[in-house]
Design a protein around this ligand. Structure first.
Ligand code: PLP
Length: 402
């Protein structure tokens, strides 16, 4: 099947060969060459349609080609596309105010263009506390630039680039006693994901973030929550830490914030808002009018269309639809950040079979699947996806049994 407007003159395989001749091989061979997206669907160059249950890894909060984002971007770009840091623009100010309102505390925002850049900004801010040690959880992912990489646990990512910026203390994720033991009066910050995404959607015990808040406060350390993957409605709350009742000092966001337009933010609450002083940090593209206008449209649409509630309802539907499958140990996550823990390490095979069946999903570890679909996913679309996934799980189970 092809769709109108598909470039027919070259096949996906030919494009992949061109890709391999022109792009750095940092991520392996791309699975498909995508040419179009609409709502929760994308199409490849060969005309195949996929239900995008990964959303560009938790980025496309409103799906693809959402009219609100399109309108915001085109209107802003045709009005004022970019200004230097010597000036500001109204979308930038409005977005900063909106983020603080949603987070529910006073503070200051620094805009970036990616998650790792938000990590770098926050990392620099922690140094302004006069202390240098950062306590970070095993299994964490905070980005790939040198500072963020120092705070990211995966050895395969780190090893080729040692030595990384130092003074990092590692603790097992979700273990309050270990955190208690690791934090003393020399610690600048404790950095935690409210749910570990890249590690396979791992949810800590309910009392973990409150304990982290108590421990950091006792020792005069900052509590830094990385909401790059979990934030902006993905878990059914604006920020995944909010149900814990904790107010962090530092919050980093990106991914869903721009609904596909590159933008991130480092949000510092209370006194932490003044850690970075004039001359301490900067970036050319951070807070760009087009990116901030897009983000404002994303937040408005999530609010107006009740997408937080939708994320909770549809996420629960998917989890409960998969929970009882014999190949599934458990489903994890909240809202539309979903982990599926398998009894066998067959996630790569299932991911490949899903692609062939028209579903985009991800296999962050050999025995876990991850879904992070657009927040606009309907219950009907989710029902259909669950049916297909169950068939794929049946097939994977049958082939492991044989
Ligand atoms: N922090 C978390 C929790 C992430 O999941 C990611 C990306 O996956 C990052 C930081 C880095 O974001 P980016 O890829 O935009 O640099």
């Amino acid at each position: 099947m092809t769709f109108e407007g598909a470039p027919q003159e070259r096949t996906g395989q030919e494009w992949i060969e061109r890709y391999q001749g022109a792009l750095m091989n940092t991520f392996g061979t791309p699975q498909r060459v995508l040419v179009r997206g609409e709502g929760p669907y994308v199409w490849d160059v060969d005309g195949n349609r996929y239900l995008d249950l990964l959303g560009g890894i938790a980025v496309n909060a409103l799906g693809h080609a959402h009219p609100a984002v399109l309108d915001a971007v085109t209107t802003q770009l045709s009005t004022l596309g970019h200004v230097s840091n010597f000036f500001t623009s109204t979308p930038q100010i409005e977005l900063a105010e909106k983020l603080l309102e949603l987070i529910g505390a006073d503070g200051r925002v620094f805009f970036t263009s990616s998650g790792t850049e938000a990590t770098e900004a926050a990392f620099k801010a922690t140094r302004r506390s006069g202390r240098t040690t950062i306590v970070v959880a095993e299994g964490s992912f905070h980005g790939r630039t040198m500072g963020a990489l120092a705070l990211t646990s995966k050895e395969a990512y780190r090893a080729p680039f040692e030595p990384l910026p130092g003074d990092v203390r590692w603790v097992p994720y979700g273990d309050t006693a270990a955190l208690e033991a690791a934090v003393d009066d020399t610690v600048a910050a404790v950095l935690l994901e409210p749910i570990q995404g890249e590690a396979g959607v791992i949810v800590p015990p309910d009392d973990y973030l409150p304990a982290a808040r108590r421990i950091t406060t006792e020792h005069g350390a900052l509590l830094w929550i990385d909401e790059v993957q979990t934030g902006i409605g993905r878990t059914g709350d604006w920020f995944a830490h909010q149900p814990s009742g904790v107010t962090p000092d530092l919050v980093t966001v990106a991914k869903g914030l721009g609904g596909g337009i590159p933008i991130g933010a480092f949000i510092a609450l209370g006194d932490a808002g003044t850690l970075l002083q004039p001359g301490n940090h900067g970036t050319t593209f951070g807070g760009n009018p087009v990116a901030t206008a897009a983000s404002r449209a994303v937040l408005n649409t999530i609010e107006k269309d009740g997408l937080l509630a939708n994320a909770s309802v549809v996420g629960d539907l998917i989890r409960s639809g998969l929970d009882d499958h014999p190949l599934v140990v458990e489903t994890t996550g909240r809202g539309l950040l979903i982990g599926v823990v398998l009894t066998h390490p067959v996630s790569a095979d299932i991911q490949q079979a899903a692609l062939d069946a028209g579903l985009i999903i991800n296999n962050p570890t050999p025995d876990r699947l991850r879904l992070a679909p657009p927040l606009i996913l309907t219950t009907d679309q989710a029902d259909g996806a669950v049916k297909t996934l169950r068939t794929l799980l049946d097939e994977a189970e049958a082939s492991t049994a044989s």
